[in-house]
Design a protein around this ligand. Sequence first.
Ligand SMILES: [Zn+2]
Length: 323
Amino acid sequence: MYTKPVTTKEMFAKAYDGGYAIGAFNVNNMEIVQGITEAAKEVNAPLILQVSKGARAYANHTYLIKLVEAAIIETGLPIALHLDHGDSFELCKSCIDGGFTSVMIDASSKPFEENVALTRKVVEYAHDHGVVVEAELGTLAGVEDEVKVSAEDSSYTHPEEVEEFVSKTGCDSLAIAIGTSHGAYKFTPDQCTRNEQGILVPPPLRFDVLEEVSKRLPGFPIVLHGSSSVPQEFVKMINENGGKMPDAVGIPEEQLRKAATLSVCKINIDSDLRLAMTGSIRKFFAEHPEKFDPREYLKPARANIKELVKHKLVDVLGCAGKA
Ligand SMILES: [Zn+2]
């Protein structure tokens, strides 16, 4: 039974050897925290709950920390509290000082040497305080809280750079770019083909890049960002209830499943939770226009997040029963 957040060290070591990945879910409010952690408790899965700069701006650092602590006390699960896309030493330091057990420093948009220098600085401070660090090489396209990268500026990770980067920085895990992307519109229709139902089928992930990286960094945990699958049932629920999200498309779950069996130990999922929550609330209001109690419309939203997360833990990440 855990009562405090843990680091990702032990969970990544087990995930690497066990051929599964840990789900890293973004949290912004109580219902999201509860939906995710109730699912994990039911299937006994370790978890990473991550907070972006935008989440901190929205909900306040203290609220988020206390919500995550409450979830750990309620579930007793090993849960890491992680900063998603830290963009400066000061932000990372403030999270380390404030009780996070893991931080990401994302200097991937900077030249290699600057990325190394900033990551190294964060690693030194973090390791002095018992906190682990995720870094990034290569850039993902898409839009996330405060992170906007156009498809032209994105680039796959260059495998020949990874050994030097990891040995110079001392980072504990590495996010790489192999074709995943942030947001609910990961690919434009012309980057995709369409199946018989008219649903967009995106280009496959670059498993050749992942394999080359893993060969150069044996035993080292790799992270995939932007790995929502954009479930079409929720896109449909949104569109049928007044929403407008044509051609939203994500990463097929079977490709994430494959990545989880390889060196990928952490898979980030955010947009799918947003879609589940928004679809549920839109449907509730369409069916009950007279209702106005937030508990009534947040309850099905939380329940759908829970079901979605349970499915991810069991069928996609493979981490059920591993807590
Ligand atoms: Zn990300």
